[in-house]
Design a protein around this ligand. Structure first.
Ligand code: TK8
Length: 338
């Protein structure tokens, strides 16, 4: 009798313990490390924060985003490798830095591909944008949405660039991909590929004379502290892309995947609005910070454009002629739709 009772007590205790463990596992939230390159006080940081809040809310606290900015988890390229290997779950970064992994991403680096943000939204959120994004999967990444990095503009410390010839010999940091290197070589600059995380120091120590990025980034990364001249070139529209490690994605339930996807879409809509509002007043802000800003005359803008579009043929060859044509058709459609 006594022995039987003991056995029952032990069995009950064990069962309780087991249930306790199962419950603890249920409650323990999924921790998702989400890395990005810019500061917390940037359009990238603000949208990441919103994404984190949405994920936490929609999952009832079962999924938690640990946002880590300022490239503290590494440069774009390093984080991409960590995602592929499964050592990090999520990130947002430039499509341009993905070209080494998925060559089709170079389509977005085509100079003057989009005339305005509405064309970019239509093409990126449409079938062509999806097709390029889906190419990541075979390389171990899942793309969720495109955010706006924005139209890129030129800054440097040497001289005000008012004509093509002013680019001569300027040591210009570019993103690590051949389209950017070729673009700026074509313009006469000395193009130096560098990760974004090393850029401020490179400018400060005068390892390079200049760089190109959207107004928002020139502001949030405080490039105005180390750059005197800004030339409005709008030479290319840069997207950012939110990606998930495929190894991690495949472990998630359909519901969990949907939480991430829905939150990503909300963050995209927020981010584009926020970025555009900030960009609208950024020139005045940068001027107030002491930058000397100049527009190109229409004639000089055209000369630069002519020069830059010479690399189109090589982009088309690299991404494949079919994708090139589909993209051109999608842009034409977006342009006609207005
Ligand atoms: C941030 C970069 C940045 C990009 C660059 O990690 O490298 O110049 O514009 O936004 O992805």
């Amino acid at each position: 009798m006594k022995l039987k009772q003991l056995a029952i007590t032990a069995a009950v205790a064990l069962a309780t313990l087991g249930a306790g463990i199962a419950q603890a596992q249920d409650i323990k939230p999924r921790l998702i490390r989400f890395g990005y390159g810019l500061n917390e006080a940037s359009n990238q940081g603000r949208a990441t924060k919103l994404f984190a809040e949405e994920v936490e809310k929609a999952s009832g606290g079962k999924m938690k985003i640990r946002a880590i900015g300022a490239a503290a988890l590494g440069s774009d390229v390093q984080m991409q490798q960590a995602l592929i290997g499964g050592a990090q779950e999520m990130m947002v970064g430039s499509t341009a830095t993905l070209v080494g992994i998925t060559k089709e991403m170079a389509i977005w680096d085509t100079p003057f591909l989009f005339n305005n943000a509405q064309e970019a939204d239509a093409v990126l959120d449409g079938p062509v944008g999806q097709k390029v994004m889906d190419k990541l999967q075979e390389k171990g990444l899942v793309g969720l949405v495109y955010w706006e990095n924005g139209f890129r503009n030129l800054t440097n410390n040497k001289r005000a660039v008012t004509k093509l010839e002013d680019m001569d010999g300027i040591k210009l940091r570019v993103m690590q991909n051949n389209v950017f290197i070729d673009s700026f070589k074509t313009l006469g600059a000395n193009a130096v590929p560098l990760p974004f995380s090393e850029l401020f120091t490179a400018l400060e120590t005068k390892t390079v004379d200049g760089q190109e990025n959207p107004y928002n980034t020139i502001l949030s990364s405080k490039f105005y502290e180390v750059q005197k001249y800004l030339t409005v070139t709008n030479h290319v529209y840069s997207p950012w892309i939110v990606t998930v490690s495929k190894k991690y994605w495949d472990q998630l339930s359909k519901d969990e995947q949907k939480v991430l996807m829905d939150a990503a879409k909300k963050s995209r809509d927020f981010e584009r609005k926020d970025t555009r509002a900030e960009a609208d007043k950024a020139l005045a802000d940068l001027k107030a910070k002491g930058m000397q800003i100049n527009q190109l005359s229409p004639a000089e803008a055209n000369r630069m454009r002519d020069q830059l579009t010479r690399i189109n043929a090589s982009i088309a060859t690299n991404v494949g002629m079919d994708l090139w044509k589909e993209t051109q058709a999608a842009v034409a459609k977006a342009r006609g739709a207005k």
